[in-house]
Design a binder for this molecule. Structure first.
Ligand code: ADP
Length: 436
């Protein structure tokens, strides 16, 4: 947005604010929402010349939100007398901000703060701005609805790459009768806050969410060896109650119970490993990661009668990576493939996994018998918060891709010729393995 009436109007407000800021000795973030924090900006005398700039010339991260739909909805619900109801029911759950607020423009400083490659990446539904702080948007809406002129509070915002950022959000609401956008100024507060001991890193949070999706399966898997131990224990008691217990049989039962207990403990260890924080680079075998990943979903594939075929090239050279993060990628792709196969009417349900070495790259592919990805959506399937599932979050694939990129690899999605989605990633062979 180079030079529109909206930009000019905002720039005038900005310049007013800068003047106030200079006299009040405040930071720009305070000024943008109306002079000294909490006070209305001083009005420029009528007729005074404006030295106008667009938001792209402003020295702080700024976004413009188009809220015409939300405003119309507020007006309609106020007229119908059910506005409070509307606020309570929909807004608090994030539905209204998602549906009625759009980022119309943003400057490059906002793009850089939110780790986007360009300000264009920030335009579209504004729900992502508030995804990590739903209560902030609730208070923001409340303030606007109550006729406040501006709103400001510190909040956590998720960057395009999934990092959690501490920012101060300051919003200037347009006058009730105007079509101007909401102006949002962000101030980077990173480093100004003591680290929170409960802070969760986004990769870890996504991993926990995937484990949550597999909770029933994991519980079932742990339950199997435990149930076997109970049965063996009961049989042991029966044998012991005999006058002459069969010692050989008892030894066999004791050994079986120990093996079952060991199995249960292995499952718990595996889940605890996946639930832990992790970022270390060691030499890894992609085939091992596939085996680990499959062990997480075995119960799901059994329950839904999905035939999984695995064609792993033996003796693959190692790559350098974080075991838990790589497991996260494979488990995520598997869970999506299972969900796609289960949702499709196509039978039989299949998932085909393959690994191979091509030149200096190790390749992984997973193909399912689902209905595939609609062609129109292929370009945005890795976007954050893109989901077509009623209970989906839409971060799994974006996190998978950023893990693979962090490992120096590539990841893509397409539809296979015979239908179903085909996801592939490739990683560079570790340098120490290249001359093998
Ligand atoms: P979520 O699973 O929470 O929706 P993801 O980022 O893992 O989040 O996936 C985003 C979207 O990509 C899914 O909602 C779905 O529309 C699409 N998708 C992912 N995997 C597949 C697949 N194997 N087949 C078809 N569509 C898929």
């Amino acid at each position: 947005m180079a030079d529109t009436p909206i930009a000019r109007n905002f720039a005038a407000r900005w310049n007013d604010a800068r003047r106030n800021e200079r006299s009040a000795g405040q930071a720009p973030i305070v000024v943008i929402k109306g002079g000294v924090e909490g006070e209305a900006p001083a009005r420029r005398p009528r007729g005074e010349a404006r030295d106008e700039v667009s938001i792209h010339q402003l020295p702080v991260p700024v976004l413009q939100l188009n809220a015409a739909r939300l405003k119309a909805l507020f007006a309609l619900s106020k007229a119908r007398g059910n506005a409070e109801d509307l606020l309570a029911k929909a807004m608090w759950h994030g539905g209204l901000p998602q549906a009625g607020l759009f980022v119309a423009d943003a400057n490059e400083l906002a793009a850089s703060l939110l780790q986007a490659s360009s300000s264009d990446d920030l335009t579209g539904p504004a729900g992502y701005l508030f995804a990590a702080s739903p209560q902030t948007v609730a208070r923001l809406m409340r303030a606007w609805f109550d006729g406040e002129k501006n709103f400001s509070e510190p909040m956590t915002m998720r960057s395009v790459k999934g990092a959690l950022l501490d920012v101060k959000l300051s919003v200037t609401f347009p006058p009730a009768d105007s079509l101007e956008p909401l102006l949002v100024v962000l101030q980077d507060m990173t480093g100004q806050r003591q680290p929170d001991e409960h802070e969760v890193d986004p990769l870890h949070a996504a991993r926990l969410s995937t484990l949550g999706r597999l909770a029933t399966s994991i519980a079932h898997e742990v339950n199997q060896p435990l149930a076997a131990i109970v049965t063996d224990c009961e049989t042991t008691m029966l044998h012991l109650s005999r006058d002459e217990p069969n010692l050989a049989k008892l030894r066999e039962l004791a050994a079986r119970m120990a093996a079952s207990a060991h199995r249960a403990s292995e499952i718990v260890k595996r889940v605890r490993g996946m639930a832990s924080q992790s970022n270390t680079r060691v030499a890894l075998d992609l085939n091992d990661i596939v085996v680990d990943g499959l062990s997480f979903v075995r119960n799901e594939t059994d329950t839904h009668a999905i035939c999984v075929s695995v064609a792993c090239e033996p003796g693959l050279p190692a790559f350098l990576g974080d075991r838990i993060q790589m497991q996260q990628v494979v488990v995520n792709l598997l869970v999506n493939a299972i969900e796609a196969a289960v949702c499709s009417a196509k039978r039989p349900r299949r998932i085909e996994i393959a690994t191979c070495l091509t030149g200096q790259r190790i390749q992984f592919s997973i193909h399912d018998s689902g209905d595939g990805i609609p062609t129109a959506d292929l370009g945005r399937i890795f976007d954050r918060f893109y989901t077509t599932k009623p209970d989906g979050v839409g971060v799994g694939l974006s996190i998978c891709r950023s893990i693979i990129h962090d490992h120096g690899g590539d990841m893509n999605a397409t539809n296979a010729d015979d239908g179903g989605a085909l996801f592939r990633f490739s990683l560079l062979v570790a340098e120490t393995e290249r001359d093998r």
